[in-house]
Design a protein around this ligand. Sequence first.
Ligand SMILES: [Zn+2]
Length: 277
Amino acid sequence: MPEGDTIHHAARRVGAALVGQAIESIEMPHPRHRLDRWPQRLANRAVESVDAHGKHLFLRFEGGLTLHSHLRMGGKWGVYRRGERWRRATHRAWLVIRTAAHEVVQFDGPVLELMTESRTRFDRRLAALGPDILAPDLRDDHSGATPRWDERAFIARLRSDDATRSIGDALLDQRTLAGIGNIWKSESCFIAGVDPWRRVGAVTDSEALEIVRGARPLMQESARRGGRITTYAGGGHGGTWVYERAGLPCRRCQTLVCSRGQGDDNRITFWCPTCQP
Ligand SMILES: [Zn+2]
């Protein structure tokens, strides 16, 4: 499942291809949207900006129309030079936007909706999102135009949630913190040395902050670079500390890495029982 860093990376690439460019065509070939007439509504409008909040991506068109996308488990954004071969089959394309130089393609949906600017602001799901772990620092705020990363807002949301819930499960709740998925949940708890099974009530504020402070720079780097997530760079080839390493020796202490489904959605968590007390 694409996590916040992947979506921010996609927003940069899509923005670089579309913002300031003349849009030649917009197609929505998927049957679900074939009758929506969005291409007609978006015709002759420039893309003003492309941004992300957590795992949500927004293409903002001239005149206050915004395309909102969420990839859930299997969707993907592709940016190709004209004539370049797409990396997924044509019939999986839900949205195709062409400029003279590029084709921007959204594959496999599954959430794609055209909204007015005011609806993006008041939509209940979007308004409920927690602070974006990939948002720029609060101290760099000069304009107030873009939402900033706010540690206090994260802690306040964490504390207003059920204190008996495990911290690993709470980190996935996009209302508490937007952008973390299964990989970063496991990796950030390892990096901070916190057992993902500890109840939120037994995790101190400084431990919770250590989890996000460890993940943030790595996620920012991943959002810049794209590609596979690397948190561990030892031994000549990169990888993860614990994610998808169940049964293998911990890279730090040699204890075998554990894994188990966690939370209501039973999302699998990886951890080292020695390094993460
Ligand atoms: Zn260990």
